[in-house]
Design a binder for this molecule. Sequence first.
Ligand SMILES: [Zn+2]
Length: 59
Amino acid sequence: MKINEQGTCFKCDELFLELFRCKFDERGNWVLICKNCLEESKVNNIFFQYGGETWKSKK
Ligand SMILES: [Zn+2]
């Protein structure tokens, strides 16, 4: 069984070793986004909710 070590960011669609779960819009869906998008999304965002780190590759 193969385990992917990277996940795709919901916002920028790039592959990352680390993704964070959050809600960032009025739909309130949980999505996985990278740290850059996380920082960007939470600025002045009343919908933002942080759900914790859920994806991290093992060394
Ligand atoms: Zn991203």
